[in-house]
Design a binder for this molecule. Structure first.
Ligand SMILES: C[S@@+](CC[C@H](N)C(=O)[O-])C[C@H]1O[C@@H](n2cnc3c(N)ncnc32)[C@H](O)[C@@H]1O
Length: 338
């Protein structure tokens, strides 16, 4: 066992690259990562914390600052982009340097950009051709900035994985990092700088049964079950799956999408590791500074005016799961490849 992997090893001062959980699993702390930097290394009693906390302060920088210079023009038209600092934190925490990161629902390509800039190779699948082209443009831009890196964006239906991805990827992916599309009320921006108050960047393509973006809760969960079942074939034994997801509100009713996805992930044979919280608010002088779009504010206000006492969401759930290691790496019944 390497020195750093000994149980009970002291985690050392700021600047260490590796730390270790008692199990010997190396977790990585990246000193350039704004989320890591916002996490204390010691608890109030002076004891070292593990490499990270289950609350990820992903909103220390504004979304615009996080994205500046990393994406090609037009990327802001995607209705549901992941925060780059959130993607970056998940990638260096749960995948090794030079590892392979896959996003089967890649959208504008945020996860690919974060992976390439972190020295990983990146694979994405996207159903809508327009977003697949955008993800390709963003991945190419990131690879240029990173001075290299291998990437692939496949236009296709991720519920049919691993078909259409190169066979050599099977059993090789270190991390699947993704987020599902969900209802209209979660998406879009509202602004008045173009004249009257208008909602924009809130649309996927026309309704299509293969797209998860037009489904209700049960349909999204069923689709994600297929996506994860196929992705299992690509994951290496012990590889990680990280899903960022919010509870979903439709017609005033809250649906537990994180719970539904955790359940389907377990059904296809993934092992739950932890459920974390990605904080979208910034922490400033010990207080939370809300970061929300005008659209989210208007939706929350309308819900309250209609008698539902909702609070402005300032977090996402982060589900962390793992493929079985070694000989356990066989899919659950009904979780086959096509
Ligand atoms: C939440 S968005 C991903 C956003 C992405 N993380 C980003 O930062 O841009 C989910 C994406 O899944 C895509 N999608 C929906 N159904 C799909 C399917 N069956 N196969 C592949 N992609 C699908 C949608 O078009 C959408 O772009």
């Amino acid at each position: 066992m390497p020195e750093h992997a000994k149980p009970g090893h002291s985690l050392g001062p700021v600047g260490w690259g590796y730390s270790t959980l008692v199990s010997g699993l190396p977790l990585r702390r990246d000193e350039g990562c704004p989320v890591c930097r916002a996490m204390p290394l010691r608890d109030p009693h002076g004891a070292h914390t593990p490499a990270g906390l289950s609350v990820w302060p992903a909103g220390q920088r504004s979304p615009a600052t996080q994205r500046r210079g990393l994406f090609v023009p037009g990327s802001g038209t995607h209705p549901a982009r992941m925060l780059p600092d959130l993607a970056r934190h998940a990638i260096h925490t749960f995948s090794p340097h030079r590892g392979i990161v896959l996003d089967p629902l890649v959208g504008s390509g945020t996860t690919l950009v974060a992976a390439l800039l972190a020295g990983r190779d990146a694979v994405g699948v996207e159903y809508e051709p327009h977003w697949a082209d955008l993800a390709r443009a963003n991945a190419a831009h990131a690879a240029r900035q990173a001075g290299g890196g291998t990437w692939l964006v496949q236009r296709g239906d991720a519920t049919r994985l691993p078909a259409r991805l190169p066979r050599l990827l099977r059993g090789r992916v270190d991390l699947i990092l993704t987020s599902p599309p969900y209802g209209r009320t979660m998406h879009g921006r509202v602004e008045h700088r173009r004249g009257p108050l208008t909602r924009f960047a809130n649309r996927y393509g026309p309704p299509d049964p293969a797209s998860l973006a037009h489904r209700g809760l049960a349909g999204i969960a069923a689709g994600m079950r297929s996506v994860l079942a196929g992705s299992m074939m690509l994951l290496r034994p012990g590889g990680f799956v990280v899903i960022t997801v919010r509870p979903w509100r439709r017609d005033g009713v809250l649906h537990d999408l994180p719970g539904a996805l955790a359940q389907v992930a377990i059904e296809v044979g993934l092992q739950p590791v932890q459920q974390c919280v990605a904080l979208l608010a910034a922490i400033r002088d010990g207080h939370l500074l809300a970061r929300h779009s005008f659209h989210q504010l208007t939706v929350t206000r309308a819900s309250r005016a209609a008698g539902t006492p909702v609070l402005l969401p300032q977090h996402e759930d982060v589900l962390v799961l793992r493929a079985p290691t070694g000989r356990d790496h066989s899919p659950a019944p009904g979780a086959g490849a096509r």
